[in-house]
Design a protein. Sequence first.
Length: 63
Amino acid sequence: MEKAFKLLNLAMSALMAVAGLASLIFFLFFAKELEWWKIVFTALVFAVGAFDLWKYYKQKSGI
């Protein structure tokens, strides 16, 4: 059961990182009207997802 939760956490982290990066690209290049809070929020979502993935990689690789 614990392994399933770890796998679910990894999947959610990957989804947050990909969705955050895609949203940032959309807001910066294609959005007609930029609002600063949208950019900050999506940057935070990407940062949290990427940080979790980095922690997982660091733990698995033994660095």
